[in-house]
Design a protein around this ligand. Sequence first.
Ligand code: XMP
Length: 509
Amino acid sequence: MNDIWIVDFGSQYTQLIARIYRELGFKSSIFTIKDSLKALREKKPGLLILSGGPQSVFEDSNDYTLFFNQDIPVLGICYGMQLIAQYFGGKVKKGKIGEYGKSRVLQTQKIFSFTSFNAWMSHSDHVEVLPDGFSKILESENGLVAGIKKDDTNLWGLQFHPEVIHTEHGKDILAYFAEKSNLENTWKAKSILNECLETVSQVGEEKVLCAFSGGVDSLVAATLAHQKIGSNLYCFFVDHGLLRLQDLDHIEVLKKETNLNIEIIDAKKEFLSLLDGVDDPEQKRKIIGKTFIEVFDKKVKEYQISHNFKFSYLLQGTLYPDVIESTSPHKKDGKSVTIKSHHNVGGLPEKMNLKLLEPLRFLFKDEVRMMGKELGLDEKWLNRHPFPGPGLGIRILGAIDKEKIRQVQLSDQIMFEELVNADFYNKCWQSLTVHIPQKTVGVKGDGRAYEEVICVRIVESRDGMTATWSHIPYDLLDKISSRITNEVSGITRVVYDITSKPPGTIEWE
Ligand code: XMP
């Protein structure tokens, strides 16, 4: 009864609502329409939020009675508010122009401590006539209804998006509804940790295999599991030959400084021979993914003989954004599953009959870092940039060879060192170097050089879905560039990628 449930009607901001409430200390989860209706038959949330969505209430013929006859607090945002108004007999007007972007909102009743504020609007339909028994609490400067409340109940609607950063006091506004719903903000580090540990309890005395990359997610998942099951956890780190120098250093540090049982599997030869001559990026990904599974499979069989036991579970650092289903206006059935294809060991559970253990599956990335801190892990380890499973394989354009791997490894190391030295590493979201197999003319020493190109890509992002290139200081770029051209043989030219995502992606392949 203390949880917040957010019904996703397809707004691009739905996850933000959940994140903000969690930051405020309230447990919040995202549901599809169908799942929320099903869940409501069994339990009740402390506050039900109906998100925004791209469609129009005139095209929605679902029966939402269950949302409104449960005697639970409900907040409708944008589309959610229009749904409330229509359900209770008000009039929603189909808009032609609508309101997009910032709009000034004024209180018509005293609710918040601030009387007017800038809010982010994104709608064409609006509530023209309020249902009986409802009052207008907010209006926009254009005179449109911006907030409603059913008298003497905890049923509200907002036309604007409080979850978007452009809405002033957005967090306070969302906090207000939790407070009015009498929710307790108990979603704090300690209770989250206990909840994650609880999921590990199911393992009992069985053996757990962890595909350990040393990245934030697998490190936190493994540390957490280790607290509960100790030596029954086996972490395997696969060296596929496409790692950065910083990854190899990092794994050695973790071996020394944590009490995790980490075994490095040297599978360089296997991976590199299978990738020989392959230049298609998707093909490379497929080979790397498949070989990962084969390497693990072999290891497990080896353990059956050498240790005389079978693994029962596969521990994975899967996060909440990877498991939530979100409604998508582009899909006929209204659903799309946002599972990323980069779970390299994705085929392992079926092949080897392993059960999945995913203690972080309810957490967003920032919460995983918070868990890591709670577990006493070094912040340096928790703030590492994301690194894709296929590694440098997708940072060498076209066919991979040892020389190109060396060039990307060295250039990456130089960029990494310089970002750290300049105190810039933690200010950007991801940084990488890409090998471009294009010879260009240069001058090295007294002679003419005809050598290849390294691209430096440094981006700002929140979740990798969108990104902008980092405006890093020229001095720093200069340092990185001159070190790469001086220290990495075969490279005469360094370029900096100034493309945002979209239209570019973060990786080049
Ligand atoms: P893109 O290039 O799609 O990348 O803008 C977004 C984020 O995802 C990472 N990425 C991958 N991660 N396997 C992974 O584990 C992959 O095949 C893969 N492709 C991209 C990328 O590094 C960035 O953080």
